[in-house]
Design a protein around this ligand. Structure first.
Ligand SMILES: Cc1cc2nc3c(=O)[nH]c(=O)nc-3n(C[C@H](O)[C@H](O)[C@H](O)COP(=O)(O)O)c2cc1C
Length: 369
């Protein structure tokens, strides 16, 4: 029969052992995540690729570093000698937040822009054509002089930085650079920096967020795409990593419990108020026509804007609630005074520190030919 002292000692050893094992496990998982970050967010290493297949695969790798709604990476790539096709991956749609697939096509546009910037660095000029009959972006590549632009250089440094910024304003020159980067064919960007207007946009964000958080389908879809732990984000290589949004990195079962307890309209709205009030301004992307071709173009404009911001040391993050809630979008358009044109994206910008990074799936999972 063990003595009381022996039982206490055994329990203490077991508890200590479990804690040490858990700490060790967490440490190993964090280290796998850090390796994945280093391997994902990088320029071409060591031996530059040669031959069209290897170069085009590398261009696709750069394309996959683009932003995508909920980090679904809703794209597939078809590679040929002189063309790369960017196709929608319909299995990665988000019907609750994006019922008309607007964000899906914007995401394809983001990938397209990274690909064009990278192609130039590899001595290829890319011509983009959207084939609306089959919903495919075709990029034709022709040999040209290699140019390493600041936008190309910014590709592995860009991120959506969902944190409070430091409140500093941008210079007029930097605002002009962002405006011209975000301008495209039938797409414009409005830069809003006046305090009262920014406060009014915050009201729309709060209204939209409250409506979305009361929508069970929206919340379920969001939860599906959240990656709560290191193991989960590394094995899937997609989705919204908890750490990137300033939330604890914990196992999924615990994350789901905390999410249901603490993810409330009030907590989220308070966070958005801090995020917006600490930003230097808000950019609203507006397209002339509400069709897939313009949505792709909007994605290209946003990605260029984000790369230009990154090159200037400026952070950005989306606040799309006013354009995602279809009942709110026309009122928001009215407020902006843009008539019948569609407000596509709402993005805040300013100065701040980098946050933990999202990951990407491997090339073999996105290249189809
Ligand atoms: C069309 C589109 C819509 C997006 N909407 C939001 C949004 O409303 N809120 C948000 O925090 N991030 C939004 N994002 C950002 C993505 O979640 C982000 O790109 C993705 O998680 C990958 O992170 P990264 O861009 O930092 O690599 C959006 C991205 C795109 C392309």
């Amino acid at each position: 029969m063990p003595t009381r002292r022996q039982v206490i000692l055994a329990i203490a050893t077991l508890t200590g052992g479990t804690a040490a094992y858990t700490a060790g496990y967490f440490h190993r998982a964090a280290s796998r995540y850090n390796d994945a970050v280093r391997n994902t967010w990088r320029h071409t290493t060591e031996h530059p690729p040669t031959g069209f297949l290897a170069v085009n695969r590398e261009l696709v790798r750069y394309a996959t570093l683009a932003a995508s709604s909920h980090n679904t990476q809703c794209w597939k790539f078809g590679i040929e000698d002189r063309t790369i096709a960017i196709l929608p991956d319909w299995t990665r749609q988000c019907p609750a937040v994006d019922p008309d697939r607007h964000h899906l096509f914007v995401s394809l546009g983001c990938a397209t822009e990274n690909l064009i910037q990278a192609a130039q660095a590899f001595g290829k000029h890319g011509q983009v054509r959207f084939d609306s009959a089959i919903d495919v972006v075709n990029v034709t590549l022709e040999p040209s002089k290699a140019v390493i632009s600041p936008l190309f250089d910014a590709i592995p440094k860009r991120q959506c930085t969902r944190a409070e910024y430091d409140g500093r304003k941008l210079s007029n020159d930097d605002l002009k650079s962002l405006e011209s980067a975000g301008h495209g064919n039938g797409v414009n960007v409005l830069l809003i920096t006046e305090k009262e207007k920014v406060e009014k946009i915050l009201e729309y964000v709060v209204q939209g967020n409250t409506m979305q958080m009361r929508d069970r389908a929206f919340v379920d879809e969001l939860e599906f795409w959240i990656r709560f732990g290191y193991d989960e984000v590394v094995s899937k290589g997609d989705g919204l990593f908890s750490g990137s949004t300033g939330n604890p990195v914990i196992p999924r079962w615990l994350g789901m419990k905390l999410f249901n307890l603490f993810f409330t309209p009030k907590s989220e709205n308070d966070k958005y108020a801090k995020h917006i009030r600490s930003s230097a301004g808000i950019a609203v992307f507006v397209s002339e026509r509400n069709d897939k071709e313009h949505w792709v173009e909007t994605g290209r404009c946003y990605e260029r804007f984000a790369l230009q911001a990154t090159a200037l040391g400026i952070k950005n993050a989306f606040l799309n609630q006013p354009v995602e809630v279809s009942a709110l979008r026309p009122q928001f358009a009215d407020y902006l005074g843009i008539g019948d044109r569609r407000p596509d994206l709402v993005v805040r910008f300013g100065y701040g520190s980098e946050t933990p990074r999202s990951l990407r799936r491997s090339l073999d999972r996105v290249i189809v030919a």
